[in-house]
Design a protein around this ligand. Structure first.
Ligand code: ARG
Ligand code: ZN
Length: 878
């Protein structure tokens, strides 16, 4: 808990560690309520610095003994504070031994050592290791770890830690023990242990170099049958990383453990990943197609960290995107190869443009490589992860696949075993390719979303087409003035027949057909394409080649044309989104001014065309039929009015469904499959069918509702059951209550499925939803101490139900602030995250703006606030 204003940590203040740890020898006597931790650290003073004191980090540790080179210190020989143990200046080489007692059963922060379903597990990133033992808890201190775990064999038969098991046996007191040795030096944030009653699914993988690796997925016995997909995903990821990045696994064993209580998605601890069970467990009856894809992606992400994160790690936490941005890029490429490149890109861009842009334009905007923080856990953000991945993607685009691969090879080779910076990464790419990326580096230091203003002019007489491109980045907190960035700008010019024109810039010898990547480095450029006889429609920023807002004044007809003809699948989809956004924006204005709402004929025709000619990729079609989300539309507005957005969008859904009813029904039936399969085709068919069902349910028609009930009842898989139930949750009919009750009765013992049940109800746009959510906080399926439950109910309500959360009375805000304050003493990390929707208060119309700010102020005025919540609330108001 906080006393005064939390201290700000600054990147510019970085200094190297005064002591290195060569070896960390840990012993755990695991017990609840008390666990004893013995640490023996072999230290070496940093010869590059003048001698200074050894200050170990440590929080909530009951210190029992401390000794240097075997001699126990008396209390006057050291200084112990809330967060530190200062041992003064020590010899150049020495050993420090400590013995501490901790209480994992009381650890509700889920950081450090804690219990989940009665099993011990750890989460040390970013700074959780200091809650386990006294240690220099910083990523640039890399040590070899050996860990001995001992425990009651009846309660904790399985004892796991990083590396390879080297010894096991019984102790005289009846406890058993296992010793693990990790040969690779690592920072303590990659330490992990797990102990408990678990069972494993086992397999093997033979690396390209011929090493046989044991693969184990450990779960609670009740989940034994749900690990197959995770195992399959792991093997795919291992093979892909060899193929695409030339990276092989390096230990004899790779373990994954699934736990129900976890603050984030998963954690890449060396050789022993700990996962939120949501990203491991799946069976067709319990997990949707989306869940399957999420598991594949997160399993791959954590596996890829073994190189991008573990073998080469971060010098300090400001460099977090070095491993996270790069690893997200790697997992995105992997998923694109495993599924559909265009659909994956669409999903990633939707996330970026809806939520990262919001962050980048708000009070918490920060660069991909932040300059300052109070609580590092608050910086595991969409900017560090998703925009960080876009930055790596741009490097990939600028250097080309071969150049990029040469660069990453050099990076891994040169920095293996080291803790490095984002700059080191860029430098390795420069050295391997001879490219100058000095201006590109600004992407790491400059916050905010650049705006590209583009205009085109065709001169039929000169047969030239001139594209003028300007860039500017709006100010963000602490960064009033921005510099131009180095931006890869992919584009094509589409001729009237729908074919890409060959492109030749003035001064070039040959024209190249198709997409071309221009490089923007200045505030303004003019590109003159020659031999352009007819007026083209420009297809700009193809594949979404840079994380920018694109402004080009398309006509509705041009958008409909691109939607039908663009050869770039992403831009075809994007043209449809732009058209729909524009139509909804006009409807919003009509709604506010009390004019009657009318369906736009152009959009109707475009959607009809999509449905009549479904093309090969059903998933792409399903994506194309989905209107921009309310959250995305809010992000495009100036003074957000959630009610106008909701009503305009719902009007459009209803009107489209009314006009397209026969073809939607036909498509619905045509894409129902007699049996459940998991191929990309089958997933695409399910998706399209369920998108059609969603539209049809907007009709509030009893025949359709009966169809939906039938789908729910007859579904043999969670994808179809959830699609039907989600649609039913939005309508006030007896079938809704019946289906929700049935679902609860069937799945009450499966926590992950109950999360879906909570989230469905929390995101219903029916007027009684807030009261329902309040009731559900007292339901046995809810538990404030479990982050998945908090996200499923409260998080989903606040971020996934704009029209109800933003009720003009402010009741939604009051509810959220109350829950944040209730959770903060238990789990500050999750509490701080829960608060984020309120940080957007300045974007709303005046009434809501004041109510949101009022709740933030109330939160900030609360005594004993964690620094996590303090930092978010104070910066949001600042
Ligand atoms: N490194 C993990 C990942 O794979 C995330 C861990 C975040 N933990 C935290 N306490 N902030 O992305
Ligand atoms: Zn990660």
């Amino acid at each position: 808990m906080r006393e005064a204003t939390p201290r700000t940590i600054r990147r510019e203040d970085y200094t190297p560690p005064p002591y290195f740890v060569e070896h960390a020898d840990l012993g755990f006597e695991l017990g609840d309520p008390v666990t004893r931790v013995e640490a023996r650290l072999t230290l070496r003073r940093n010869p590059a610095l003048p001698p200074g004191p050894l200050v170990l980090d440590g929080q909530e540790l009951g210190l029992k003994r401390v000794a240097v080179d075997g001699r126990e210190l008396a209390p006057h020989e050291y200084t112990l504070t809330e967060d530190h143990l200062d041992l003064g200046i020590l010899p150049e080489r020495c050993t420090v031994e400590t013995s501490v007692e901790i209480r994992p059963g009381e650890n509700t922060s889920l950081e450090g050592l804690y219990l989940s379903s009665g099993n011990f597990c750890t989460q040390c990133e970013a700074e959780g290791f200091r809650k386990i033992t006294f240690y220099p808890d910083r990523p640039d201190v890399m040590a070899r770890f050996s860990t001995t775990l001992s425990a009651d064999p009846a309660r904790y038969p399985v004892l796991l830690s990083n590396g390879n098991p080297v010894a096991r046996g019984e102790l005289p007191d009846g406890r058993h023990f296992v010793t693990w040795e990790d040969p690779f030096p690592k920072p303590c944030y990659l330490f992990a242990l797990v102990a408990g009653n678990l069972v494993s699914l086992e397999d093997t993988f033979t690396t390209a170099g011929g090493r046989e690796v044991k693969l184990e997925i450990w779960v609670e016995p009740r989940n034994a049958e749900k690990c197959g997909h995770a195992m399959h995903s792991l093997k795919q990821a291992m093979a892909w990383d060899e193929r695409v990045f030339g990276r092989e696994y390096d230990l004899d064993i790779y373990m994954i453990v699934a736990v129900d209580d976890f603050n984030m998605g998963a954690m890449e601890n060396k050789g022993l990943n700990v996962f939120n069970s949501k990203y491991v467990l799946a069976q067709p009856e319990t997990a949707t197609d989306e869940d399957y894809e999420g598991i594949e992606a997160v399993i791959a992400h954590e596996y890829f960290h073994n190189w991008s994160g573990n073998r080469v790690t971060c010098r300090d936490w400001f460099q977090l995107s070095l491993k996270e941005g790069f690893t997200v890029f790697r997992d995105q490429q992997f998923t694109a190869d495993m599924t559909s490149r265009a659909v994956k890109r669409i999903k990633d861009v939707n996330l970026l443009r809806t939520f990262q842009f919001r962050e980048d334009g708000g009070p918490l905007a920060h660069p991909v490589r932040p300059d300052a923080y109070q609580e590092i856990n608050n910086f595991y953000t969409l900017t560090v992860y998703e925009k960080g991945a876009e930055v790596v993607r741009m490097l990939h685009t600028l250097l080309g696949p071969e150049g990029f691969r040469r660069g990453t090879d050099r990076y891994f080779e040169r920095f293996d075993g080291q803790a490095v910076t984002c700059d080191d990464f860029v430098q390795a790419l420069e050295e391997a390719t001879g490219r100058d990326l000095s201006r590109f580096r600004r992407w790491y230091s400059q916050a905010g979303t650049p705006v590209l203003g583009v205009s085109g002019h065709h001169d039929p007489r000169a047969r030239t087409y001139t594209l003028t491109v300007t860039q500017h980045t709006p100010p963000t907190p602490g960064q009033p003035d921005k510099l131009p960035l180095h931006i890869p700008f992919a584009l094509g010019l589409v001729g009237p027949d729908g074919v890409d024109l060959p492109l030749r810039l003035a001064g070039e010898a040959e024209a190249v057909a198709g997409t071309r990547v221009l490089e923007l480095t200045e505030a303004e450029h003019a590109f003159v394409f020659e031999a352009i006889g007819t007026t083209p429609v420009p297809s700009l920023l193809r594949g979404y080649s840079a994380p920018v807002r694109l402004r080009y004044d398309y006509s509705d007809a041009e958008l409909a044309f691109l939607m039908a003809h663009d050869t770039d699948e992403f831009n075809r989809w994007d043209a449809g989104q732009r058209l729909a956004e524009r139509v909804i924006t006009r409807l919003m204005a009509d709604y506010r001014d009390g004019r009657p709402l009318r369906l736009d004929e152009g959009l109707l025709a475009a959607y009809r065309k999509l449905l009549e000619d479904p093309g090969a990729d059903r998933r792409l079609l399903a994506q194309a039929l989905m209107l921009p989300s309310e959250a995305y539309l809010a992000e495009q507005s100036d003074a957000i009015d959630p009610e106008a957005i909701h009503n305009a969008r719902e009007f459009l859904r209803h009107a489209l469904a009314q006009e397209l009813r026969p073809i939607l029904l036909e498509s619905y039936h045509a894409h129902r499959d007699p049996d459940y399969r998991v191929s990309p085709e089958a997933i695409g068919r399910r998706r399209l069918k369920n998108v059609c069902l969603g539209y049809l349910m907007a009709l509030h028609d009893e025949t359709i509702q009966a169809l939906c009930m039938t789908q729910y009842r007859e579904a043999d898989n969670m994808t179809d059951a959830m699609a039907a139930l989600a649609a039913l949750a939005q309508v006030d009919i007896p079938g809704r209550i019946e289906a929700l009750a049935h679902f609860h009765g069937r799945w009450r013992d499966d926590p992950l499925v109950m999360d879906k049940w909570l989230a469905l109800q929390a995101t219903s746009s029916l007027p009684g939803t807030l009261e329902e959510v309040k009731r559900l906080t007292r339901h046995p399926a809810f538990n404030l101490r479990n982050p998945n439950k908090v996200r499923a109910l409260i998080g989903a309500f606040a971020s996934g139900n704009p029209v109800r959360f933003h009720d003009p009375s402010g009741a939604g805000y009051l509810f959220l602030a109350d829950r944040v304050l209730e959770l903060d003493p238990l789990n500050p990390q999750v509490a701080a995250r829960l608060l984020t929707p309120l940080t957007q208060w300045r974007r709303y119309e005046p009434g809501r703006r004041a109510l949101m700010a009022g709740e933030l102020k109330r939160v900030l005025a609360t005594p004993q606030l964690s620094k996590d919540v303090y930092e978010i609330a104070s910066k949001a108001l600042g």
